[in-house]
Design a protein around this ligand. Structure first.
Ligand code: NIG
Ligand code: FE
Length: 406
């Protein structure tokens, strides 16, 4: 299908690499779309059906570079315990937290995981999220980690959202301990590589989770098999693993709430993307990552949700951007670039997503607001008038309508 979005005020980052200057280009143009791709952004009026976007702002669809979809079950009891003073690390060490979701996921079928995953992805889509990273990590054994990755593969055929799969087998330490578990993880990674079930390998390196020594060896092994790397670092406590992950060539280091200067310096040298997850800091009542310090040091920053059943159940990019601006000191432009182009680059989608440019997928949001400041100012998805996902129109609120040619 060929069509145009006409007269939109386009506000977008440009390029296919993570940026450190957070420039948003602003101009009014027509966007010509063919077979789900943006073909041209110019002032031509072509002889095709068109969508009149006069008075609306067009931004790229949001990219969520860090979620724990798919999972089943819920952990509301743990949430209430924390609201009364317990802490996340203590609950995890006592065998709660992630381990409870592991019990639920082990009992679930691939179909159960697909159904639950699609439900949450649908919620995200209504909030303008058109590309999503999905992780395993609630199986913690061969059969169940592979089952989660098979569910992600199936999900990716059932939604038009761009889905990027990550293997997070090293998410919580099972009773056998990290050393013995390493041998299992190696077998899982070999199988996953052979079947191309994941692009990234991730590890949760923190107090109560995996040690720095394990995480180094583990990511090195993953790299030797040809995986791209990510790591959960400094979410609960500082251990400096961000520096090591960056030296190992990780594409992104995520969380960083408790990071130190030596990690930031190394990430800046290697242009490792810092994926900041302010919803989790908010949900756990922890401190926010030092976004401005990270940005000022020349590290490209991306934003994501970390949506999962334990440490954070929010998923709205509007709310994330609100927190980034209001609590982390980022400008609206920095936050939007961080949640579009830089987020796409953090999951290897820089060529496909994150900006409104010829050659990218037609994942576009039309917003009915006077300026992008409204995204953090009034952080609700109700300001989205229309969502184009892979060139298909999904939302057409307030009867904004098609104009057929002639
Ligand atoms: O990023 N930190 C580890 N993993 C998730 C939490 C997962 C869970 O609690 O189920 C996180 O916060
Ligand atoms: Fe996470």
């Amino acid at each position: 299908m060929n069509f145009e979005i006409r007269n939109a005020k386009i506000i977008t980052a440009c390029g296919n690499k993570a940026v450190t200057d957070y420039t948003l280009d602003t101009f009014t143009a027509n966007i010509f779309i063919s077979n789900g791709q943006i073909v041209a952004v110019d002032s031509q009026n072509r002889d095709v059906d068109f969508f009149d976007a006069s008075g609306l702002i067009a931004i790229p669809g949001f990219v969520d570079p860090h979620t724990h979809i798919p999972f089943v079950g819920e952990r509301s009891k743990e949430f209430i315990m924390r609201s009364r003073g317990s802490n996340y690390a203590d609950i995890l060490k006592a065998g709660g937290g992630i381990h409870l979701t592991v019990n639920d996921v082990r009992k679930a079928s691939v179909d159960d995981l697909v159904t639950a995953g699609l439900k949450y992805l649908g919620w995200m889509l209504k909030n303008g999220v058109t590309s999503v990273e999905c992780k395993s990590g609630y199986g913690l054994d061969f059969e169940n980690e592979i089952k989660q990755l098979e569910a992600i593969r199936s999900i990716s055929t059932l939604t038009d959202q761009n889905i990027v799969p990550t293997f997070l087998g090293a998410h919580a330490v099972p009773p056998k301990g990290e050393r013995l578990f390493f041998e299992d993880l190696k077998l899982m990674m070999e199988e996953i590589k052979e079947r191309n079930l994941a692009e990234f390998v991730d590890v949760f390196c923190d107090e109560g989770a995996f040690s720095v020594d394990f995480s180094r060896e583990y990511l090195s092994y993953a790299r030797s098999l040809g995986f791209k790397l990510k790591a959960h670092v400094d979410e609960l406590t500082n251990n400096g693993f961000g520096k090591i992950a960056s030296m190992l060539g990780a594409i992104s280091v995520d969380h960083l709430a408790m990071c130190d200067d030596s990690e930031i310096d190394e990430m800046s040298k290697n242009k490792t993307i810092a994926v900041l997850l302010p919803l989790t800091s908010f949900y756990l009542r922890h401190k926010f990552a030092p976004a401005l310090k990270i940005i000022d040091s020349g590290v490209p920053v991306a934003l994501g949700s970390d949506f999962n059943p334990g440490s954070n159940t929010f998923y709205s990019p509007f709310f994330t951007i609100h927190l980034a601006v209001n609590y982390m000191g980022m400008t609206p432009a920095q936050a939007i670039v961080a949640h579009t182009l830089n987020a796409a680059c953090a999951i290897g989608l820089g060529d496909k997503a994150g900006s409104i440019e010829p050659g990218k997928r037609a994942d576009i949001l039309l917003l009915d607001v006077p300026s992008i400041d409204y995204i953090p100012y009034m952080p609700t998805n109700e300001i989205i008038r229309t969502i184009f996902l892979n060139g298909e129109i999904l939302e057409n609120r307030n009867s904004l309508s098609w104009k057929n040619k002639k």
